[in-house]
Design a protein around this ligand. Structure first.
Ligand code: FAD
Length: 462
């Protein structure tokens, strides 16, 4: 039987990052992957969605070129070319993951992994042959899958998940999205800009439930202006086939309502993927379908770590990368802990939304006496130059300690602007320190500086 220092189950951001880092440190590592290297993120998540997002940004720019004095006419969308470009980016990046694993000296094993016990894993390969491997340490990084809501009709043709939405043979005329969370809203915005009539059905009183209410209110207003319909506090009951359409029935304010679409996208969250792993054989404690982990990423069986979506903590690729690094450090005997206080969250809608830390509602609920600093992009020269002056930066600070509790951004390049905010929170900067830092002019980060000035004083340009 072949023996390894570390066996990694799953080749997504958590698994491949863990395998590369451990191999770089001299361990004998094998990574087992049943589908494509790169996992959900590279093949069916972050990368393909953002490739489509870029295409809709270009489309939006072309349609609005006149405001820059540019005469451009929109002659239509070549959906096949949009998909081709997306697939090329995915191929290039997944190929890169294979290259990096091999360069670091990690072995890649294509097959389905299943625990035999806490130290042995059986791999079933494509030709049905089996091999049992042994390891001193194991990283469980099997990721997550779409969580299905208790709705009748999910099996109908035309009811799709996010993976299928990313490779549609053609664009539908009408799309119903069930779930107004990050994945649902990102795809809703993309398809809406591509000319699809989109209706979103969300159970909660607002879209993107954990995001600051002022941000979601503006996003809702802006996407509705662009023609998207959003049904809030609406509970979907069933999906039925009616002639060539799909009818979605939902309950809102005690009344039964319905909408129709050519396709129905299920975007009601994701669930850790433990199926088929025979995790019971390891003795790992599993609570509500999630393997229990501590801040060193160890499960209750100390030589098995659970990193990435599987541990159900944040379900973000950038968190998965960091958890992998923490796990590698700990198995090498270096004490490292995951610190989740400053995790950026981005929503690639039009406009972009990004946040780190607490929302205003959360901060108040936790008993903080808050001080708010807000700066609108219409006061920022660079935002006007970009032609995107809607939105704002909002900083929530504690009046007493002056610490930053959260930073929320809606507007141009919010996903990039959140990096400064995240660093500020990770380093425990005060709003005053951000305000006193010289920011280049004219740039969008000046809006963050001015919001910081507004927390305990006044901004200069508004
Ligand atoms: P995964 O990437 O899911 O990888 C797990 C791997 O394990 C898979 O390749 C799977 O095939 C393999 N596997 C599972 N079981 C076995 C087995 N028994 N044997 C062998 N292999 C197995 N996150 C962001 O940070 N930013 C974004 O913009 C973003 N956008 C997203 C958009 C969509 C549509 C979706 C669905 C997700 C998005 N995410 C985003 C989330 C991100 O994709 C995940 O957080 C990330 O992929 C988690 O990495 P992971 O390694 O834990 O799991």
């Amino acid at each position: 039987m072949r023996e390894f220092d570390l066996l990694v189950i799953g080749g997504g951001p958590a698994g491949y990052a863990g395998a590369i880092r451990a191999a770089q440190r001299g361990l004998k590592v094998a990574l087992i992957e049943k589908r494509e290297l790169g996992g959900t993120c590279l093949n069916r998540g972050c990368i393909p969605t953002k490739a489509l997002f870029k295409a809709q940004e270009v489309l939006h720019l072309v349609q609005n070129a006149a405001q820059f004095g540019i005469k451009a006419s929109f002659e239509g969308l070549d959906w096949n070319q949009v998909l081709k470009r997306k697939n090329q980016i995915v191929k290039r990046l997944t190929g890169g993951v294979g290259f990096l694993l091999r360069k670091a000296g990690a072995e890649i094993i294509q097959g389905v992994a299943r625990f035999v016990d806490g130290n042995q894993i059986e791999v079933t390969k494509a030709d049905e042959s089996k091999e049992v491997l042994k390891a001193r340490f194991i990283f469980l990084a099997s990721g997550s899958r779409t969580a299905l809501p208790p709705v009748k009709g999910l099996e109908l043709e035309g009811v799709i998940d996010s993976e299928e939405a990313l490779s549609l043979p053609s664009l539908p005329e009408r799309l119903v999205v069930i779930g107004g969370g990050v994945i649902g809203m990102e795809l809703a915005c993309i398809f809406n800009t591509f000319g699809v009539q989109v209706e979103v059905i969300e159970m909660m009183p607002k879209i993107l439930p954990p995001v600051d209410s002022e941000v979601t209110a503006l996003l809702t207003e802006m996407v509705e202006k662009r023609g998207m319909k959003i049904h809030l506090e609406a509970r979907v009951k069933a999906i039925q086939k009616v002639a060539k359409s799909l009818k979605v029935t939902f309950e809102k304010e005690g009344q039964e309502k319905e909408v129709q679409g050519d396709l129905v996208l299920i975007a009601t969250g994701r669930k850790p993927l433990l199926e088929g792993l025979n995790i019971e054989s390891t003795g790992i404690q599993v609570e509500n379908g999630v393997p229990k982990t501590d801040s060193t990423m160890r499960t209750t069986v100390p030589h098995i770590y659970a990193i990435g979506d599987i541990n159900g903590r944040h379900m973000l690729a950038h968190v998965a990368y960091k958890e992998a690094e923490v796990a590698v450090a700990n198995l090498l005997g270096e004490k490292k802990y995951m610190d989740y206080r400053a995790v950026p969250n981005c929503v690639f809608c039009s406009p972009e939304v990004a946040s780190v830390g607490l929302s205003e509602e959360e901060a108040i609920q936790k008993g903080f006496d808050v001080s708010i600093g807000k700066f609108p992009f219409r006061g920022c020269g660079k935002a006007l130059i970009e032609g995107e002056s809607e939105g704002f930066v909002k900083i929530i600070a504690c009046k007493k300690t002056k610490e930053i509790l959260g930073i929320h951004i809606i507007g141009p390049q919010a996903s990039s602007l959140i990096a400064e905010a995240t660093l500020a929170m990770a380093l425990e900067c005060t709003p005053q320190e951000i305000a006193e830092t010289i920011h280049a002019h004219p740039t969008l980060p000046e809006a963050t500086m001015e919001a910081a000035e507004a927390v305990f004083g006044a901004p200069l340009h508004f």
